[in-house]
Write a protein that binds this ligand. Structure first.
Ligand SMILES: [Cu+2]
Length: 106
């Protein structure tokens, strides 16, 4: 009976320790959560249905870009990104290099 009690207490201690560990580690993780920003690029040269898909793919391949919504109609790409990892100028350059002249909208 006593042999069962000791592991039982250890399990109980582990169960208490887990929430404490999670609480301690949660704060630094939240502080390091990547900040996101949004920028709108003006994109020229999109003429068919697949063009925006190409532009979107080019943007999403960039490190730091989390989303891109591209519209042929308005000639824009709305990009959600982490400013610590990528810049709007870098995005415009990548899209331009893919064949669609792009610039950051003022
Ligand atoms: Cu096209």
């Amino acid at each position: 009976m006593k042999k069962l009690t000791i592991p039982g207490l250890m399990t109980l201690a582990t169960l208490f320790a887990i929430p404490v560990f999670l609480t301690l580690s949660a704060s630094p993780a939240a502080a390091q959560a990547p900040a996101t920003a949004t920028v709108v690029l003006h994109v020229d040269g999109m003429h068919c249905a697949t063009c925006p898909i190409t532009v979107r793919t080019v943007l999403r391949r960039l490190d730091g870009v989390s989303d891109a919504v591209v519209s042929t109609e308005s000639k824009t790409a709305r990009v959600t990104y982490d400013p610590a990892r990528v810049t709007p100028a870098r995005m415009a350059q990548a899209v331009t290099d893919a064949g669609y002249p792009a610039r950051v909208q003022p």
